[in-house]
Design a protein around this ligand. Structure first.
Ligand code: ADP
Length: 225
């Protein structure tokens, strides 16, 4: 099974492209969804966040107040590092489980949709990396509209990330999302064909299955510890 990375900059259209791949029947592992899932109230990551940042980061529902936590770590690299230490091991574990699950289902390839694919060095595990690109002004305009940010807030978010043109220069495939949504969808359809062509699935050999079950057992043991 091949791992295909899908990334972009904030507001560049990654989620839009991901949805189009999903509509074509692709298996998607969504890092944002996982990041939300691992901090559900009562989870290990949730407990570590509360221990490090205090009860004030909780909403009355006991959910993490993501906006408050986001603003606390946004301009403080030390705090951001602590937050990453609270969540990353659980995010990685969940990702591995989902990859394993897709592998066992016999998927030819799976798309790992992550805004921080390059920053978290996940790219070394990817067969190919797709970057969704548009101009910085389009990013700003789309974030302002989507998140109700001011133009300055949108620009701050963009500049806090690795530059989109740098990501684009490291991509195997680029989706140009500076045109219409239909133009983007057609590029996804085209790319889907290319990815399918490079994914040769030879079936599950017994030894792979045994190794996988062994890894699964290790995971279960880890979860129980
Ligand atoms: P990302 O996941 O990269 O942050 P999204 O896919 O959520 O970006 O797109 C950001 C916003 O811009 C969304 O509201 C989306 O509907 C809109 N959008 C995305 N692509 C286009 C496009 N080609 N034309 C117009 N609006 C778009």
């Amino acid at each position: 099974m091949q791992l295909i990375g899908l990334t972009g900059g904030i507001g560049s259209g990654k989620s839009t492209a991901s949805r189009y791949f999903e509509n074509l029947g692709c298996a998607i592992i969504d890092a944002d969804v996982i990041a939300h899932k691992v901090v559900e109230p009562g989870s290990k990551a949730w407990k570590e966040i509360v221990k490090n940042f205090g009860q004030e980061v909780l909403l009355p529902s006991q959910q993490i107040n993501r906006q408050l936590l986001g603003s606390m770590v946004f301009s403080d690299p030390g705090k951001r590092k602590i937050l990453n230490q609270c969540t990353h091991p659980y995010i990685r574990r969940e990702m591995m489980l989902q990859i394993l699950w897709n592998f066992l289902q016999g998927k030819k390839f799976v798309i790992l949709d992550s805004p921080l694919l390059f920053e978290s060095k996940l790219t070394k595990w990817m067969k190919k990396v797709i970057v969704v690109y548009c101009s910085e002004q389009q990013q700003v305009d789309r974030i302002v509209k989507r998140n109700n940010f001011t133009e300055d807030e949108a620009k701050q978010r963009i500049t806090s990330q690795m530059s989109l043109s740098e990501k684009r220069s490291m991509a195997d495939y680029v989706i140009d999302n500076s045109g219409t949504l239909e133009h983007t969808r057609l590029q996804v359809v085209d790319l889907h064909q290319k990815i399918r062509a490079l994914s040769h699935y030879h079936g599950l050999h017994l030894w792979i299955l045994i190794a996988t079950l062994f890894i699964l057992l290790l995971f279960v043991l880890l979860l129980l510890l």
